[in-house]
Design a protein around this ligand. Structure first.
Ligand code: GLU
Length: 299
């Protein structure tokens, strides 16, 4: 069964980039006759809210994108994540990490890397097990991972150089993104992951984690980003370019959808439409690899 998913974090408004990812994933699934699911990635307790998640679901529904199965909220999935950690511990793949944010800044060994993308240098790798109430990292095996991106083709990447040993459990008691995303893609039988190009650098790491948990590897597509008219980043914060901000500029959901469909290669020019109108023309070979910019009139 072909299963695709859209997995937003309910930390803000879904902007045109997020909506484009959702639409591409939905179109790919509809074209293949599979199942499309929405998963709310609200593991990062303090930054997520149920209200924001509900608002995101309403915006997706306004575009005609609704989950074929009940929406899963990761905040309710602690047992599954704990079980996965126990399994990794039994296989001796976890170690406690006592590094503080400041230690990590001082240790950063890749001056070219953007903030937050520096690989963990492995300072705590030799630490003895101290129980499940510490921050926990996965010990990555050495070597590169070969994987295929449906848009960008074959990739060979060393996760040790991109993320280093990923954090799976945080000191504040939250399960970390890598653990939750991999466990749930496995549990939900996801066969195709569509997400933004900003997450391309974590894919090799997640493939390693799938391997450590004995889970199958889904296919991956990393979409070019949607940028502001001046090329800047679209933020997810309040006031970001989402459906509400567009409505204030008299842009209807149908017009937004037409622009998104055009940006994915389904239409010759943007114009109001409904999601099912785009299915016939959707094809990954027609989706541009480059970043797209929102129309200046909308910003
Ligand atoms: N929840 C992540 C985000 O909103 C996306 C996770 C994924 O697609 O793998 O950035």
């Amino acid at each position: 069964m072909f299963v695709g998913r859209f997995a937003p974090s309910p930390t803000g408004v879904l902007h045109l980039g997020n909506l484009r990812t959702a639409l591409a994933s939905w179109l790919s699934v509809r074209k293949a006759g599979g199942r499309w699911i929405i998963r709310m990635e609200d593991v990062d307790g303090p930054r997520c809210s149920r209200d924001l998640g509900e608002m995101q679901l309403r915006d997706l529904a306004a575009l005609g994108l609704e989950s074929d199965a009940p929406v899963i909220w990761q905040s309710a999935r602690g047992d599954a994540y704990r079980q996965a950690l126990a399994e990794l511990h039994r296989a001796d793949r976890l170690y406690p990490c006592l590094c503080t944010r400041r230690d990590l800044q001082l240790l950063a060994s890749a001056p070219h890397a953007e903030d937050g993308l520096r690989p963990y240098p492995g300072r705590c790798r030799g630490r003895a097990w101290e129980g499940f109430d510490r921050a926990l990292r996965l010990r990555l095996p050495d070597g590169a991972v070969a994987w295929e991106d449906r848009l960008f083709g074959p990739q060979v990447e060393d996760p040790g150089a991109l993320t280093g040993d990923p954090l799976l459990f945080r000191r504040d008691g939250c399960f970390a993104y890598h653990l939750a995303v991999v466990v749930d893609d496995g549990a939900q039988g996801v066969t195709e992951v569509v997400r933004g190009a900003d997450l391309r650098s974590v894919t090799a790491t997640q493939i390693r984690l799938q391997g450590a948990l004995g889970l199958p590897h889904p296919a991956y597509v990393h979409l070019g980003m949607v940028a502001a008219p001046d090329g800047g980043r679209l933020g997810k914060r309040a006031g970001a370019l989402g459906l509400e901000a567009l409505a204030a500029r008299s842009v209807s959901p149908a017009e937004a959808l037409g622009w998104l469909g055009w940006s994915l290669g389904c239409l010759d020019r943007p114009g109001p439409c409904a999601a099912p109108d785009l299915i016939g023309a959707f094809d990954w070979t027609r989706v541009p690899k480059e970043e797209v910019r929102v129309p200046a009139a909308w910003a």
